[in-house]
Design a protein. Structure first.
Length: 323
């Protein structure tokens, strides 16, 4: 009897030891490796989030929206996807954050799309990455970018995730009062004209209180930025940006994309209205739906985040499986 008990206890101890040695740690932080890649002669700053793997892993390329940099939000979001079996590459657009380029805080749509193409190429070439299993993740303005880039059907891109995306320029600026739009147009035109003769940029706030000058003067925009980026975020951008947003409509090209697409929207979003995104999603047959809350609730700490991140991971597991 005692012999059988000792044997059973020994077997149990062996199994427990084996489990402790071989089971992955859900709380272990991924390895974060900085690197750069060139775009038109300018170095773009990137981070790779990864875990050890015996086989090449799919890679998710991520960037944030209007005036946001990779040191905010993404250090909390990227590990969610790493834990699900993906490598993640984040980057700062040229002129922003830790990337090079002058003038600082310039938002230029064509340049940012070119940064996306270069980031995808850089991610595909990393050692230990499956270059034929790439997914794109964007939010707000970069949600529009991934829909635009998805329409180009770049080799290796197998899925696109866009949350609270900017999909239509007119729909987005329709949330801004007409007097504010007129003021933005005036200062943007002056900044653009000045840039043509070498003048220093005119900077305006990214987000501002209603009734004051800013690219996003909608109610809650400034508080939302402070909540998700921190009160010390760099709240300025070149004024000429205001001339680009109304004419940037990814919904005009997105349907050409062949990769499965996920579009998640905030039901009370007053920055990038969900109605335009849902119309596009229906037309594309995209996955995703409305989630509780507004534009800033899709980020960590927001009402939509727990369910949204779960659905995004499930979507990627279905279309870019990790095993």
């Amino acid at each position: 009897m005692r012999s059988r008990l000792v044997t059973a206890l020994g077997l149990l101890l062996t199994l427990l030891t084996s489990a402790l040695v071989t089971a992955p740690s859900a709380s272990a932080a991924p390895t974060v490796t900085p690197f750069t890649f060139p775009v038109e002669g300018t170095n773009v700053s990137a981070f790779r989030y990864s875990e050890p793997s015996a086989t090449p892993r799919p890679v998710l390329v991520m960037a944030l929206g209007l005036g946001s940099t990779q040191d905010r939000i993404l250090p909390e979001v990227a590990p969610e996807f790493v834990a699900a079996g993906y490598d993640v590459v984040t980057f700062d657009y040229r002129y922003w954050g830790s990337s090079a380029g002058m003038p600082r805080n310039l938002i230029d749509i064509d340049s940012q799309l070119e940064d996306w193409r270069a980031a995808i190429a850089a991610a595909r070439s990393l050692p230990g990455v499956d270059g034929n299993a790439v997914a794109l993740w964007g939010t707000s303005l970069s949600g529009g970018h991934v829909l635009s880039i998805g329409s180009e059907n770049i080799p290796g891109v197998r899925a696109v995730v866009a949350q609270a995306p900017h999909v239509n320029g007119i729909a987005t600026v329709s949330t801004i009062p007409v007097p504010a739009l007129a003021q933005l147009t005036a200062v943007g035109t002056a900044d653009l004209a000045g840039s043509a003769v070498g003048a220093q940029p005119t900077y305006i706030p990214l987000a501002s209180e209603p009734g004051t000058l800013g690219l996003l003067p909608q109610p809650g925009a400034l508080d939302g930025y402070k909540r998700v980026l921190g009160a010390d975020f760099d709240n300025r951008a070149t004024a000429r940006t205001a001339l680009q947003i109304p004419f940037y409509s990814p919904n005009l090209v997105a349907q050409a994309g062949r990769a499965p697409t996920f579009i998640g929207t905030g039901v009370t979003d007053n920055i990038t209205p969900g109605i335009a995104a849902r119309e596009l999603a229906n037309r594309m047959g995209a996955a995703g739906r409305d989630y509780p809350g507004g534009h800033f609730d899709v980020y960590p700490g927001g009402a939509a985040y727990p369910e949204l991140i779960r659905d995004e991971v499930a979507f990627l597991q279905q279309h870019v499986p990790t095993s």
